[in-house]
Design a protein around this ligand. Structure first.
Ligand code: HEC
Length: 313
């Protein structure tokens, strides 16, 4: 029989297989196993070396034996090697035993007398491969019957519940590793729930009160409780200014990096909630009076995309 796979294919193939198996079975986190564990790398090098060595030895032995053959034996070998894989005895034998088909010359033996308008029928045996499959299904059905209907192993409803539970775990895991949602300028809305405002108040007290006073009345920074704004009022302008900082005055830095946009949204909402609180000793108004222009109208008229409403700058 011909050699199926030449050694220059066989060696890389076996090596790739072992390499892949090692990477698959060794848990090495985000780095490949052969880098994380030097022993694995060493093993692979030795393994490759051995593979090549074995191939060299085998081909050497082949050559030596060939030289020791007589001419007649060489001829035999040549003939044996010229037989292709599908013509080999082993495959032929396997095909025969699995199909038990009759050769065309012997078809007369199994010909039935049935004749339908010239279409005739052969009485072939069922091919063994088919019969074996049939036996397997019978064995399977018995095992299945005993396991699920006699012993009462889990049923479909339980299986469903298990899979749902597993899927829920998976979802939770994904949510833990998913990046936190970012709030962008066009998505930002004013939060009104007590929890967010309380968090906003806490952030304000820690990070902003030094310049704006705890009540927002203003010290270094302007009064945040009146309707007058240097950089424009409304949740979007206030969010933008807190996130990015003021272009007019570098004292007011951007907070998006330090706090994250979600927290900026909370503190911006808290700042908005201070509107009209008129704390004692507040700074005089700075900037222009802000009139929320589109707000009442947009609420009444249904707009397909509420974020497309142009804010007064
Ligand atoms: C180091 C002092 C300082 C700190 C700390 C500070 N600010 Fe300011 N802030 C200012 C100054 C100064 C301005 C005025 C900027 C300008 O003129 O554009 C200002 C402006 C503002 C404005 C816009 C006011 C307007 O009229 O346009 C808002 C809103 C604001 N700050 C919110 C905050 C929040 C929220 C924090 C905390 C996360 C904070 N600031 C922290 C100094 C500060």
């Amino acid at each position: 029989m011909k050699k199926l796979i030449p050694s220059y294919v066989r060696v890389p193939l076996i090596f790739a297989f072992v390499f892949g198996a090692l990477e698959y079975f060794i848990d090495s986190g985000d780095r490949p196993a052969f880098i994380k564990f030097p022993m694995v790398g060493l093993f692979l090098v030795v393994f490759l070396f051995l593979l090549v060595a074995i191939e060299i030895v085998i081909s050497a032995i082949d050559k030596v034996t060939y030289h020791m053959l007589t001419d007649a034996q060489r001829q035999q070998l040549k003939e044996a090697q010229s037989v292709s894989f599908t013509e080999s005895k082993w495959i032929q034998g396997l095909m025969k035993s699995m199909t038990r088909s009759k050769a065309i010359e012997q078809e007369a033996d199994v010909m039935l007398e049935h004749d339908y308008d010239g279409i005739k029928e052969l009485d072939n045996v069922l091919p063994p491969w088919w019969v074996y499959l049939f036996y397997i299904t019978i064995i399977f059905s018995i095992v299945y019957l005993v396991r699920f209907h006699v012993m009462g192993d889990y049923n479909q409803a339980q299986e469903f519940d298990q899979e749902v539970a597993a899927a829920k775990l998976e979802i939770e895991k994904n949510q833990l590793i998913a990046p936190k949602e970012e709030i962008t300028l066009d998505k930002v809305t004013m939060l009104t729930d007590a929890e967010s405002l309380a968090k906003g108040k806490e952030i304000f007290a820690n990070a902003c009160a030094a310049c704006h006073k705890a009540d927002g009345g203003g010290v270094v920074g302007p009064n945040l409780t009146d309707e007058y704004w240097i950089n424009g009022g409304g949740i979007k302008n206030v969010f933008k200014l807190i996130a990015e900082g003021s272009k007019n005055n570098p004292t007011m830095v951007g907070w998006a990096k330090t706090l994250g946009t979600k927290e900026v949204q909370k503190v911006a909402s808290y700042v908005m909630s201070l509107q009209g609180t008129k704390p004692a000793g507040a700074k005089a108004p700075e900037g222009e009076k802000w009139v929320e222009e589109a707000a009442p109208k947009t609420e009444a008229a249904p707009v397909a995309d509420s974020t497309s409403v142009v804010q007064k700058q």
